[in-house]
Ligand binder design. Structure first.
Ligand code: ADP
Length: 165
């Protein structure tokens, strides 16, 4: 029986939303140490760089002492092994999340049995919310301030003003 639960919460976080922050805060209450890990991908439609996403996550989780922000590339299970993590955390908003996440969880467990995937259901008020929707609202000139933490909103506004110029 492990006496310490170290969980990795991996994701794109482009940008981090209120839904992500809610999941982080709830998970931080359950585990000893939570590593929020930004996936370093070369997504063509990415809005923020990996470093920018990590900076925003640091700002919005500064009040949570057992939360660490990191980034990784390559296989998640290899990263989990490097970090001695015994859990992967994922949020489930709906049936499509469940389908894809179950598949990933089974694959990851086949590759590394020591790391179990834990699912937390999204809070009702955030279950409709995704980074993609936030990007769409902002790109179309809408107000996304109800969907992202304040420091993220500031960065979105700065980015959008720069893009428009
Ligand atoms: P990915 O590209 O890995 O899906 P995301 O940043 O979109 O990265 O999501 C990372 C994790 O956060 C996923 O487990 C996703 O289901 C979860 N998540 C995303 N939005 C929400 C939300 N509004 N509430 C709860 N969990 C969420």
């Amino acid at each position: 029986m492990p006496n310490s639960l170290v969980a990795i919460y991996p994701g794109s976080f482009d940008p981090p939303t209120n839904g992500h922050l809610d999941l982080i805060a709830r998970a931080a209450n359950l585990v000893n140490h939570l590593i929020v890990a930004v996936l370093q991908n070369t997504q063509k439609n990415a809005l923020f760089t990996t470093a920018e996403r990590a900076e925003m996550l640091k700002e919005i989780t500064a009040h949570l002492p057992n939360v660490e922000i990191d980034s990784f590339d390559g296989l998640l299970v290899d990263y989990a092994a490097r970090r001695n993590a015994n859990a992967i955390l994922r949020g489930i908003r709906n049936v499509s999340d469940y389908e894809i996440e179950t598949q990933m969880a089974i694959l990851n467990r086949r590759m590394r049995a020591q790391t179990e995937t834990l699912f937390l259901p999204a809070s009702a008020e955030h279950s409709f919310l995704s980074s993609r929707m936030v990007k769409e609202i902002i790109t179309l000139g809408g107000d996304a301030s109800g969907f992202v933490p304040e420091p993220v909103m500031r960065r979105l506004q700065a980015k959008f003003t720069t893009v428009k110029r």
